[in-house]
Design a protein around this ligand. Structure first.
Ligand code: GDP
Length: 527
Protein backbone atom coordinates (compact mmCIF):
# COMPACT_ATOMS: atom_id res chain seq x y z
CA UNK A 1 0.00 0.00 0.00
CA UNK A 2 1.45 3.31 -1.02
CA UNK A 3 2.01 5.94 1.61
CA UNK A 4 -0.94 8.26 1.10
CA UNK A 5 0.43 11.43 2.78
CA UNK A 6 3.67 11.06 0.79
CA UNK A 7 1.90 10.53 -2.48
CA UNK A 8 -0.39 13.49 -1.85
CA UNK A 9 2.39 15.84 -0.81
CA UNK A 10 4.37 15.22 -4.00
CA UNK A 11 1.46 16.06 -6.30
CA UNK A 12 1.35 19.37 -8.17
CA UNK A 13 -1.82 19.91 -10.15
CA UNK A 14 -1.70 23.14 -12.16
CA UNK A 15 -2.76 24.99 -15.28
CA UNK A 16 -1.03 27.45 -17.58
CA UNK A 17 -2.85 30.69 -18.26
CA UNK A 18 -1.81 32.95 -21.12
CA UNK A 19 -3.02 35.27 -23.83
CA UNK A 20 -2.87 33.52 -27.24
CA UNK A 21 0.62 33.54 -28.71
CA UNK A 22 2.44 34.21 -25.46
CA UNK A 23 3.96 30.74 -25.66
CA UNK A 24 1.68 28.41 -23.72
CA UNK A 25 1.95 25.55 -26.21
CA UNK A 26 5.72 25.90 -26.45
CA UNK A 27 6.10 25.98 -22.69
CA UNK A 28 3.78 22.99 -22.26
CA UNK A 29 5.88 21.05 -24.70
CA UNK A 30 9.08 21.97 -22.90
CA UNK A 31 7.67 21.07 -19.51
CA UNK A 32 6.76 17.65 -20.91
CA UNK A 33 10.21 17.34 -22.41
CA UNK A 34 11.89 18.18 -19.11
CA UNK A 35 9.51 15.81 -17.35
CA UNK A 36 10.61 13.04 -19.70
CA UNK A 37 7.04 12.60 -20.90
CA UNK A 38 7.88 13.28 -24.54
CA UNK A 39 11.06 12.68 -26.43
CA UNK A 40 10.76 15.20 -29.16
CA UNK A 41 9.74 18.77 -29.00
CA UNK A 42 6.90 19.30 -31.46
CA UNK A 43 4.87 16.43 -30.18
CA UNK A 44 2.11 18.49 -28.57
CA UNK A 45 1.14 20.29 -31.72
CA UNK A 46 1.57 17.21 -33.89
CA UNK A 47 -0.68 15.21 -31.64
CA UNK A 48 -3.24 18.00 -31.63
CA UNK A 49 -3.28 17.98 -35.38
CA UNK A 50 -3.80 14.24 -35.58
CA UNK A 51 -6.69 14.51 -33.23
CA UNK A 52 -8.19 17.35 -35.20
CA UNK A 53 -7.93 15.44 -38.43
CA UNK A 54 -9.87 12.58 -36.91
CA UNK A 55 -12.77 14.57 -35.65
CA UNK A 56 -15.29 16.26 -37.81
CA UNK A 57 -16.83 18.60 -35.32
CA UNK A 58 -13.47 20.00 -34.53
CA UNK A 59 -13.55 21.63 -37.93
CA UNK A 60 -14.22 24.90 -36.19
CA UNK A 61 -11.07 24.34 -34.28
CA UNK A 62 -9.09 23.71 -37.41
CA UNK A 63 -10.51 26.60 -39.36
CA UNK A 64 -9.86 29.05 -36.62
CA UNK A 65 -6.67 27.53 -35.41
CA UNK A 66 -7.90 27.50 -31.87
CA UNK A 67 -7.90 24.74 -29.38
CA UNK A 68 -11.41 24.12 -28.17
CA UNK A 69 -10.70 20.93 -26.34
CA UNK A 70 -8.75 20.81 -23.14
CA UNK A 71 -6.80 17.92 -21.81
CA UNK A 72 -4.63 16.75 -18.95
CA UNK A 73 -0.99 15.79 -19.07
CA UNK A 74 0.92 14.04 -16.32
CA UNK A 75 4.66 13.81 -15.82
CA UNK A 76 7.28 13.47 -13.07
CA UNK A 77 10.06 15.86 -12.25
CA UNK A 78 12.41 15.96 -9.26
CA UNK A 79 10.30 13.54 -7.27
CA UNK A 80 7.05 15.43 -7.84
CA UNK A 81 4.09 14.12 -9.83
CA UNK A 82 2.77 16.94 -12.00
CA UNK A 83 -0.68 17.11 -13.56
CA UNK A 84 -0.94 19.90 -16.10
CA UNK A 85 -4.50 20.82 -17.08
CA UNK A 86 -4.77 22.57 -20.39
CA UNK A 87 -7.10 25.54 -20.63
CA UNK A 88 -8.36 26.72 -23.99
CA UNK A 89 -6.49 29.94 -24.61
CA UNK A 90 -8.36 31.56 -27.46
CA UNK A 91 -9.97 34.95 -27.10
CA UNK A 92 -13.41 33.56 -26.68
CA UNK A 93 -13.84 32.71 -23.07
CA UNK A 94 -15.62 29.56 -22.05
CA UNK A 95 -16.99 28.21 -18.84
CA UNK A 96 -14.78 25.19 -19.32
CA UNK A 97 -11.84 27.38 -18.54
CA UNK A 98 -13.30 28.54 -15.26
CA UNK A 99 -14.20 25.03 -14.29
CA UNK A 100 -10.79 23.67 -15.20
CA UNK A 101 -9.37 26.27 -12.83
CA UNK A 102 -11.55 24.83 -10.04
CA UNK A 103 -9.63 21.57 -10.40
CA UNK A 104 -6.08 22.95 -10.04
CA UNK A 105 -4.05 23.92 -7.00
CA UNK A 106 -1.90 26.52 -8.73
CA UNK A 107 -1.25 28.20 -12.06
CA UNK A 108 1.59 29.43 -14.23
CA UNK A 109 0.92 32.73 -15.95
CA UNK A 110 2.88 33.14 -19.19
CA UNK A 111 3.51 36.67 -20.41
CA UNK A 112 5.15 37.79 -23.64
CA UNK A 113 8.09 39.99 -22.63
CA UNK A 114 7.41 42.42 -25.46
CA UNK A 115 3.70 42.74 -24.75
CA UNK A 116 3.15 42.46 -21.02
CA UNK A 117 -0.34 41.89 -19.67
CA UNK A 118 -2.92 41.32 -22.45
CA UNK A 119 -6.70 41.04 -22.41
CA UNK A 120 -6.89 37.31 -21.94
CA UNK A 121 -4.11 37.30 -19.32
CA UNK A 122 -6.27 39.60 -17.25
CA UNK A 123 -9.47 37.57 -17.67
CA UNK A 124 -7.80 34.30 -16.80
CA UNK A 125 -6.05 35.92 -13.87
CA UNK A 126 -9.39 37.17 -12.54
CA UNK A 127 -10.74 33.63 -12.79
CA UNK A 128 -7.80 32.45 -10.66
CA UNK A 129 -8.28 35.26 -8.18
CA UNK A 130 -11.88 34.18 -7.54
CA UNK A 131 -10.38 31.20 -5.76
CA UNK A 132 -7.04 32.69 -4.68
CA UNK A 133 -5.14 30.26 -6.89
CA UNK A 134 -1.39 30.78 -6.31
CA UNK A 135 0.40 31.98 -9.43
CA UNK A 136 3.95 31.70 -10.66
CA UNK A 137 4.74 34.07 -13.54
CA UNK A 138 6.92 33.15 -16.50
CA UNK A 139 7.97 36.09 -18.68
CA UNK A 140 8.70 34.50 -22.03
CA UNK A 141 10.61 35.41 -25.21
CA UNK A 142 13.53 37.17 -23.54
CA UNK A 143 15.56 36.22 -26.62
CA UNK A 144 13.64 38.95 -28.45
CA UNK A 145 13.59 42.67 -27.98
CA UNK A 146 11.42 43.10 -24.96
CA UNK A 147 10.28 45.64 -22.44
CA UNK A 148 12.38 46.52 -19.42
CA UNK A 149 12.01 43.90 -16.68
CA UNK A 150 11.15 46.50 -14.07
CA UNK A 151 8.36 47.85 -16.29
CA UNK A 152 6.90 44.40 -16.73
CA UNK A 153 7.00 43.75 -13.01
CA UNK A 154 5.30 47.06 -12.20
CA UNK A 155 2.68 46.40 -14.83
CA UNK A 156 1.75 43.10 -13.19
CA UNK A 157 1.58 44.79 -9.80
CA UNK A 158 -0.50 47.71 -11.01
CA UNK A 159 -2.82 46.04 -13.45
CA UNK A 160 -3.48 42.84 -11.54
CA UNK A 161 -3.06 44.22 -8.03
CA UNK A 162 -0.75 41.33 -7.31
CA UNK A 163 2.55 41.60 -5.43
CA UNK A 164 5.49 40.26 -7.38
CA UNK A 165 8.99 39.15 -6.50
CA UNK A 166 11.57 38.34 -9.16
CA UNK A 167 12.84 34.77 -8.82
CA UNK A 168 15.42 35.41 -11.51
CA UNK A 169 16.79 38.55 -13.13
CA UNK A 170 17.53 38.76 -16.86
CA UNK A 171 20.90 39.89 -18.16
CA UNK A 172 20.27 41.79 -21.38
CA UNK A 173 17.51 40.97 -23.83
CA UNK A 174 17.05 40.10 -27.47
CA UNK A 175 20.36 39.83 -29.28
CA UNK A 176 22.27 40.62 -26.12
CA UNK A 177 20.38 38.26 -23.83
CA UNK A 178 23.01 36.44 -21.77
CA UNK A 179 20.96 34.58 -19.23
CA UNK A 180 19.58 35.09 -15.74
CA UNK A 181 20.80 35.62 -12.26
CA UNK A 182 18.94 33.18 -10.01
CA UNK A 183 17.88 35.40 -7.11
CA UNK A 184 16.61 32.50 -5.03
CA UNK A 185 19.77 30.42 -5.17
CA UNK A 186 22.41 33.02 -6.07
CA UNK A 187 23.51 31.30 -9.26
CA UNK A 188 24.24 32.43 -12.75
CA UNK A 189 22.43 30.62 -15.56
CA UNK A 190 23.88 31.26 -18.98
CA UNK A 191 21.73 31.42 -22.07
CA UNK A 192 22.51 29.51 -25.19
CA UNK A 193 20.43 29.92 -28.30
CA UNK A 194 18.83 26.71 -29.53
CA UNK A 195 18.87 25.52 -25.96
CA UNK A 196 19.87 22.26 -24.48
CA UNK A 197 18.18 20.63 -21.60
CA UNK A 198 20.98 20.85 -19.06
CA UNK A 199 21.43 24.49 -18.41
CA UNK A 200 24.75 26.12 -18.06
CA UNK A 201 24.70 26.86 -14.37
CA UNK A 202 27.57 28.72 -12.75
CA UNK A 203 27.55 28.40 -8.96
CA UNK A 204 28.74 31.63 -7.42
CA UNK A 205 28.87 33.12 -3.97
CA UNK A 206 26.46 35.99 -4.24
CA UNK A 207 26.15 38.93 -6.54
CA UNK A 208 29.59 40.34 -5.60
CA UNK A 209 31.50 37.15 -6.43
CA UNK A 210 34.34 38.03 -8.88
CA UNK A 211 33.44 34.81 -10.72
CA UNK A 212 30.75 36.87 -12.42
CA UNK A 213 33.40 38.74 -14.41
CA UNK A 214 34.75 35.50 -15.81
CA UNK A 215 31.43 34.78 -17.45
CA UNK A 216 30.02 38.16 -18.39
CA UNK A 217 31.36 41.37 -19.85
CA UNK A 218 32.30 44.15 -17.49
CA UNK A 219 29.37 46.38 -18.36
CA UNK A 220 26.98 43.44 -18.08
CA UNK A 221 28.25 42.70 -14.60
CA UNK A 222 27.93 46.33 -13.54
CA UNK A 223 24.38 46.57 -14.85
CA UNK A 224 23.42 43.27 -13.25
CA UNK A 225 24.74 44.36 -9.85
CA UNK A 226 22.79 47.60 -10.08
CA UNK A 227 19.65 45.83 -11.23
CA UNK A 228 19.80 43.21 -8.51
CA UNK A 229 20.37 45.83 -5.86
CA UNK A 230 17.41 47.78 -7.14
CA UNK A 231 15.19 44.70 -7.47
CA UNK A 232 16.01 43.53 -3.97
CA UNK A 233 15.46 47.03 -2.63
CA UNK A 234 12.17 47.69 -4.40
CA UNK A 235 10.43 44.36 -4.50
CA UNK A 236 8.96 42.32 -1.70
CA UNK A 237 11.09 39.36 -0.64
CA UNK A 238 9.66 35.95 -1.45
CA UNK A 239 7.14 34.80 1.13
CA UNK A 240 5.81 31.26 0.74
CA UNK A 241 2.63 31.96 2.64
CA UNK A 242 1.77 35.06 0.63
CA UNK A 243 2.36 33.09 -2.59
CA UNK A 244 0.22 30.19 -1.48
CA UNK A 245 -2.58 32.54 -0.49
CA UNK A 246 -2.52 33.97 -4.00
CA UNK A 247 -1.22 37.42 -3.03
CA UNK A 248 2.36 37.26 -4.27
CA UNK A 249 3.75 35.87 -7.51
CA UNK A 250 7.37 34.83 -8.01
CA UNK A 251 8.47 35.82 -11.52
CA UNK A 252 10.86 33.91 -13.78
CA UNK A 253 12.32 35.26 -16.99
CA UNK A 254 13.05 32.85 -19.82
CA UNK A 255 12.66 31.73 -23.37
CA UNK A 256 10.55 28.64 -23.75
CA UNK A 257 11.47 27.97 -27.34
CA UNK A 258 15.14 27.89 -26.29
CA UNK A 259 14.46 25.72 -23.22
CA UNK A 260 15.70 28.59 -21.13
CA UNK A 261 14.24 29.06 -17.65
CA UNK A 262 12.08 25.96 -17.96
CA UNK A 263 14.14 23.91 -15.51
CA UNK A 264 14.06 26.76 -12.96
CA UNK A 265 10.33 27.13 -13.36
CA UNK A 266 9.74 23.41 -12.81
CA UNK A 267 12.07 23.32 -9.81
CA UNK A 268 10.24 26.35 -8.47
CA UNK A 269 6.90 24.58 -8.81
CA UNK A 270 8.31 21.45 -7.16
CA UNK A 271 9.61 23.51 -4.23
CA UNK A 272 6.92 26.13 -3.77
CA UNK A 273 3.66 25.17 -5.44
CA UNK A 274 1.04 23.78 -3.10
CA UNK A 275 0.13 20.10 -2.93
CA UNK A 276 -3.57 19.14 -3.23
CA UNK A 277 -5.80 21.35 -1.11
CA UNK A 278 -8.74 20.53 1.14
CA UNK A 279 -12.11 20.91 -0.61
CA UNK A 280 -15.39 22.17 0.81
CA UNK A 281 -18.64 20.26 0.69
CA UNK A 282 -22.09 21.38 1.78
CA UNK A 283 -21.50 19.71 5.14
CA UNK A 284 -17.77 19.52 5.90
CA UNK A 285 -14.27 20.07 4.54
CA UNK A 286 -12.58 17.02 3.01
CA UNK A 287 -8.82 16.70 3.59
CA UNK A 288 -6.72 15.20 0.78
CA UNK A 289 -5.07 12.68 3.10
CA UNK A 290 -8.33 11.14 4.31
CA UNK A 291 -8.20 7.39 3.62
CA UNK A 292 -11.63 7.28 1.99
CA UNK A 293 -11.65 8.29 -1.61
CA UNK A 294 -13.72 11.22 -2.85
CA UNK A 295 -13.82 13.02 -6.19
CA UNK A 296 -15.80 15.54 -8.21
CA UNK A 297 -16.52 15.96 -11.91
CA UNK A 298 -15.39 19.32 -13.27
CA UNK A 299 -15.66 18.84 -17.00
CA UNK A 300 -17.46 16.64 -19.48
CA UNK A 301 -16.12 16.09 -22.92
CA UNK A 302 -18.08 14.33 -25.61
CA UNK A 303 -16.66 12.59 -28.63
CA UNK A 304 -13.02 12.64 -27.74
CA UNK A 305 -12.87 9.56 -29.84
CA UNK A 306 -15.50 9.68 -32.58
CA UNK A 307 -15.38 5.92 -33.02
CA UNK A 308 -16.86 5.43 -29.57
CA UNK A 309 -19.65 7.79 -28.75
CA UNK A 310 -18.39 8.05 -25.24
CA UNK A 311 -18.23 10.97 -22.93
CA UNK A 312 -15.35 11.46 -20.65
CA UNK A 313 -16.05 12.89 -17.23
CA UNK A 314 -12.90 14.66 -16.07
CA UNK A 315 -12.81 13.94 -12.39
CA UNK A 316 -10.53 15.34 -9.74
CA UNK A 317 -9.62 13.06 -6.84
CA UNK A 318 -10.04 15.14 -3.70
CA UNK A 319 -9.00 12.57 -1.09
CA UNK A 320 -7.68 9.06 -0.72
CA UNK A 321 -6.62 6.71 -3.39
CA UNK A 322 -8.21 5.30 -6.48
CA UNK A 323 -7.62 1.74 -7.60
CA UNK A 324 -8.84 0.23 -10.80
CA UNK A 325 -12.08 -1.66 -10.40
CA UNK A 326 -13.09 0.10 -7.17
CA UNK A 327 -16.75 0.90 -6.54
CA UNK A 328 -17.87 4.41 -5.78
CA UNK A 329 -21.15 5.99 -4.80
CA UNK A 330 -22.51 8.44 -7.35
CA UNK A 331 -24.09 10.69 -4.77
CA UNK A 332 -26.62 12.49 -6.99
CA UNK A 333 -28.27 9.27 -8.24
CA UNK A 334 -27.51 7.13 -5.19
CA UNK A 335 -26.16 4.45 -7.53
CA UNK A 336 -22.93 2.49 -7.33
CA UNK A 337 -20.43 3.07 -10.08
CA UNK A 338 -17.62 0.63 -10.76
CA UNK A 339 -14.51 2.29 -12.09
CA UNK A 340 -13.42 -0.36 -14.57
CA UNK A 341 -11.63 1.66 -17.13
CA UNK A 342 -10.96 5.26 -16.19
CA UNK A 343 -8.07 6.76 -18.03
CA UNK A 344 -5.16 8.90 -17.05
CA UNK A 345 -3.71 11.28 -19.52
CA UNK A 346 -0.07 10.81 -20.18
CA UNK A 347 1.53 13.16 -22.61
CA UNK A 348 1.58 10.64 -25.41
CA UNK A 349 -1.79 9.06 -25.06
CA UNK A 350 -4.59 7.96 -22.83
CA UNK A 351 -3.89 4.93 -20.70
CA UNK A 352 -6.04 2.90 -18.36
CA UNK A 353 -5.42 4.20 -14.86
CA UNK A 354 -4.36 1.53 -12.38
CA UNK A 355 -4.11 3.85 -9.41
CA UNK A 356 -4.32 7.47 -8.51
CA UNK A 357 -4.13 9.76 -5.50
CA UNK A 358 -5.73 12.94 -4.28
CA UNK A 359 -4.79 15.66 -6.77
CA UNK A 360 -4.83 13.35 -9.79
CA UNK A 361 -7.32 13.63 -12.63
CA UNK A 362 -9.19 10.61 -13.96
CA UNK A 363 -11.18 10.49 -17.17
CA UNK A 364 -14.21 8.32 -16.55
CA UNK A 365 -15.95 7.10 -19.71
CA UNK A 366 -19.74 7.08 -19.34
CA UNK A 367 -22.91 7.50 -21.31
CA UNK A 368 -24.15 10.71 -19.84
CA UNK A 369 -24.90 9.69 -16.25
CA UNK A 370 -22.03 11.75 -14.86
CA UNK A 371 -22.55 15.51 -14.85
CA UNK A 372 -20.50 18.53 -13.99
CA UNK A 373 -20.45 19.10 -10.26
CA UNK A 374 -21.23 15.47 -9.37
CA UNK A 375 -19.58 14.00 -6.31
CA UNK A 376 -18.23 10.44 -5.98
CA UNK A 377 -17.48 8.91 -2.58
CA UNK A 378 -16.99 5.52 -0.95
CA UNK A 379 -20.44 5.78 0.62
CA UNK A 380 -20.62 9.05 2.55
CA UNK A 381 -23.26 11.43 1.26
CA UNK A 382 -21.34 14.57 0.35
CA UNK A 383 -21.70 17.31 -2.22
CA UNK A 384 -18.59 19.25 -3.19
CA UNK A 385 -19.16 22.94 -3.76
CA UNK A 386 -17.26 25.53 -5.73
CA UNK A 387 -17.90 24.33 -9.28
CA UNK A 388 -19.90 27.24 -10.60
CA UNK A 389 -22.25 27.82 -13.48
CA UNK A 390 -22.13 31.32 -14.90
CA UNK A 391 -25.04 33.37 -16.13
CA UNK A 392 -24.62 33.54 -19.90
CA UNK A 393 -23.68 36.85 -21.47
CA UNK A 394 -25.05 36.00 -24.91
CA UNK A 395 -28.52 34.63 -25.56
CA UNK A 396 -29.90 33.40 -28.86
CA UNK A 397 -32.84 31.34 -29.91
CA UNK A 398 -32.30 28.15 -31.85
CA UNK A 399 -34.47 26.29 -34.30
CA UNK A 400 -34.00 23.11 -36.31
CA UNK A 401 -34.04 23.75 -40.08
CA UNK A 402 -36.54 20.91 -40.27
CA UNK A 403 -39.41 21.78 -37.89
CA UNK A 404 -40.42 18.12 -37.66
CA UNK A 405 -37.21 17.41 -35.83
CA UNK A 406 -37.79 19.80 -32.95
CA UNK A 407 -37.83 16.88 -30.54
CA UNK A 408 -34.37 15.75 -31.62
CA UNK A 409 -33.16 19.27 -31.11
CA UNK A 410 -34.53 19.21 -27.57
CA UNK A 411 -32.57 16.05 -26.83
CA UNK A 412 -29.36 17.41 -28.33
CA UNK A 413 -29.68 20.65 -26.35
CA UNK A 414 -30.35 18.78 -23.15
CA UNK A 415 -27.16 16.77 -23.59
CA UNK A 416 -25.12 19.85 -24.39
CA UNK A 417 -26.53 21.55 -21.31
CA UNK A 418 -25.57 18.58 -19.13
CA UNK A 419 -22.12 18.69 -20.57
CA UNK A 420 -21.92 22.33 -19.53
CA UNK A 421 -21.28 23.48 -23.09
CA UNK A 422 -24.22 25.90 -22.95
CA UNK A 423 -27.18 26.94 -20.85
CA UNK A 424 -30.46 25.90 -22.38
CA UNK A 425 -33.68 27.61 -21.32
CA UNK A 426 -37.28 26.72 -22.05
CA UNK A 427 -39.36 29.92 -21.91
CA UNK A 428 -42.68 29.67 -20.08
CA UNK A 429 -44.34 31.11 -23.18
CA UNK A 430 -43.43 30.10 -26.72
CA UNK A 431 -41.71 27.09 -28.23
CA UNK A 432 -38.21 28.18 -29.16
CA UNK A 433 -35.30 27.18 -27.01
CA UNK A 434 -33.10 29.95 -25.74
CA UNK A 435 -29.41 29.08 -25.60
CA UNK A 436 -26.99 31.07 -23.48
CA UNK A 437 -23.20 31.08 -23.59
CA UNK A 438 -20.43 33.14 -22.03
CA UNK A 439 -18.51 33.76 -25.28
CA UNK A 440 -20.07 34.69 -28.64
CA UNK A 441 -18.02 32.21 -30.65
CA UNK A 442 -19.65 29.38 -28.72
CA UNK A 443 -22.79 29.57 -30.92
CA UNK A 444 -20.85 28.55 -33.99
CA UNK A 445 -19.19 25.71 -32.15
CA UNK A 446 -22.58 24.54 -30.88
CA UNK A 447 -24.21 24.72 -34.33
CA UNK A 448 -21.34 22.69 -35.73
CA UNK A 449 -21.62 20.09 -33.02
CA UNK A 450 -25.40 19.74 -33.32
CA UNK A 451 -25.03 19.28 -37.05
CA UNK A 452 -22.19 16.76 -36.95
CA UNK A 453 -22.98 14.86 -33.76
CA UNK A 454 -26.75 14.78 -34.02
CA UNK A 455 -27.18 15.12 -37.78
CA UNK A 456 -29.34 18.17 -37.26
CA UNK A 457 -28.81 21.43 -39.14
CA UNK A 458 -29.90 24.33 -36.93
CA UNK A 459 -30.00 28.10 -36.94
CA UNK A 460 -29.17 30.41 -34.12
CA UNK A 461 -30.95 33.74 -34.18
CA UNK A 462 -30.52 37.01 -32.34
CA UNK A 463 -33.03 37.71 -29.62
CA UNK A 464 -33.92 40.86 -27.79
CA UNK A 465 -32.60 39.26 -24.61
CA UNK A 466 -29.72 40.76 -22.72
CA UNK A 467 -28.91 38.46 -19.83
CA UNK A 468 -30.24 35.70 -17.60
CA UNK A 469 -30.41 35.32 -13.84
CA UNK A 470 -31.32 32.31 -11.80
CA UNK A 471 -33.96 33.34 -9.28
CA UNK A 472 -34.54 31.98 -5.80
CA UNK A 473 -36.17 33.12 -2.60
CA UNK A 474 -36.67 31.90 0.96
CA UNK A 475 -40.26 32.97 0.56
CA UNK A 476 -42.09 30.77 -1.97
CA UNK A 477 -44.87 33.34 -2.29
CA UNK A 478 -42.37 36.03 -3.35
CA UNK A 479 -40.96 33.74 -6.05
CA UNK A 480 -44.43 32.87 -7.25
CA UNK A 481 -45.33 36.56 -7.47
CA UNK A 482 -42.32 37.18 -9.70
CA UNK A 483 -43.17 34.24 -11.93
CA UNK A 484 -46.82 35.29 -12.20
CA UNK A 485 -46.11 38.93 -12.91
CA UNK A 486 -43.31 38.42 -15.41
CA UNK A 487 -44.34 35.17 -17.04
CA UNK A 488 -43.23 36.38 -20.47
CA UNK A 489 -39.68 36.75 -19.11
CA UNK A 490 -39.52 33.49 -17.21
CA UNK A 491 -37.91 30.26 -18.33
CA UNK A 492 -36.56 27.03 -16.86
CA UNK A 493 -33.02 25.68 -17.19
CA UNK A 494 -32.26 22.02 -17.94
CA UNK A 495 -32.57 21.15 -14.26
CA UNK A 496 -36.00 22.76 -14.13
CA UNK A 497 -34.76 25.71 -12.06
CA UNK A 498 -36.44 29.07 -12.74
CA UNK A 499 -34.58 31.73 -14.68
CA UNK A 500 -35.40 35.37 -15.37
CA UNK A 501 -34.52 36.51 -18.91
CA UNK A 502 -33.91 40.25 -18.99
CA UNK A 503 -34.28 42.42 -22.09
CA UNK A 504 -31.84 45.02 -20.82
CA UNK A 505 -30.14 46.23 -17.67
CA UNK A 506 -33.08 48.45 -16.79
CA UNK A 507 -35.54 45.55 -17.10
CA UNK A 508 -33.41 43.52 -14.69
CA UNK A 509 -33.09 46.41 -12.22
CA UNK A 510 -36.78 46.97 -12.30
CA UNK A 511 -37.59 43.31 -11.58
CA UNK A 512 -35.11 43.35 -8.70
CA UNK A 513 -36.69 46.48 -7.22
CA UNK A 514 -40.19 45.11 -7.59
CA UNK A 515 -39.26 41.79 -6.02
CA UNK A 516 -36.84 42.54 -3.19
CA UNK A 517 -37.28 39.14 -1.57
CA UNK A 518 -36.05 37.34 -4.67
CA UNK A 519 -32.34 36.79 -5.26
CA UNK A 520 -31.20 37.20 -8.88
CA UNK A 521 -28.11 35.04 -9.22
CA UNK A 522 -25.31 35.45 -11.74
CA UNK A 523 -23.55 32.33 -10.61
CA UNK A 524 -25.21 29.10 -9.64
CA UNK A 525 -23.50 26.24 -7.85
CA UNK A 526 -23.99 22.97 -9.64
CA UNK A 527 -26.01 20.62 -7.52
P1 GDP B 1 0.33 29.93 -27.50
O1 GDP B 1 -0.63 30.52 -28.46
O2 GDP B 1 0.38 30.70 -26.21
O3 GDP B 1 0.18 28.47 -27.27
O4 GDP B 1 1.78 30.21 -28.13
P2 GDP B 1 2.80 29.25 -28.89
O5 GDP B 1 3.52 28.37 -27.92
O6 GDP B 1 2.14 28.60 -30.04
O7 GDP B 1 3.85 30.34 -29.37
C1 GDP B 1 3.50 31.41 -30.21
C2 GDP B 1 4.70 31.77 -31.07
O8 GDP B 1 5.75 32.28 -30.26
C3 GDP B 1 5.27 30.57 -31.82
O9 GDP B 1 5.68 30.98 -33.08
C4 GDP B 1 6.47 30.18 -30.98
O10 GDP B 1 7.47 29.54 -31.71
C5 GDP B 1 6.94 31.52 -30.47
N1 GDP B 1 7.68 31.42 -29.22
C6 GDP B 1 7.36 30.71 -28.11
N2 GDP B 1 8.30 30.87 -27.15
C7 GDP B 1 9.23 31.70 -27.67
C8 GDP B 1 10.46 32.25 -27.17
O11 GDP B 1 10.90 31.99 -26.05
N3 GDP B 1 11.13 33.08 -28.00
C9 GDP B 1 10.69 33.39 -29.25
N4 GDP B 1 11.43 34.21 -29.98
N5 GDP B 1 9.55 32.88 -29.75
C10 GDP B 1 8.83 32.06 -28.97
Amino acid sequence: MANLPNEVSRRRTFAIIAHPDAGKTTLTEKLLLFGGAIQLAGAVKARGEQRRARSDWMKVERERGISVTASVMSFDYKGCAFNLLDTPGHEDFSEDTYRTLTAVDSAVMVIDAAKGIEAQTRKLFEACRLRDVPIVTFINKMDRESREPIDLLSEIEDQLALDVTPASWPIGMGKTFRGCYDLMKDRLILFERGGKQDEDVVEIKGINDPALEQNLKEDEVARLRDDVEMARGLMKPFDLEAYREGHLSPVYFGSAVNNFGVGELLSGLAEMAPPPRPQKTLTRVVQPTEEKTTAFVFKIQANMDPKHRDRIAFTRLVSGQYQRGMKMLHVRSGKQLTLHNPVVFLAQDREIAEEGFAGDILGIPNHGNLRIGDTLTEGEVLQFVGIPSFAPEYLQSVRADDPLRAKHLGKALEQLAEEGAARVFRPEIGTDYIVGVVGALQFEILADRIRTEYGLPVKFEQTSLHTARWVESDDPAALKALVDETRASMAKDHNGDPVFLARNAWHLDRAQQDHPKVRFLKVKEQA
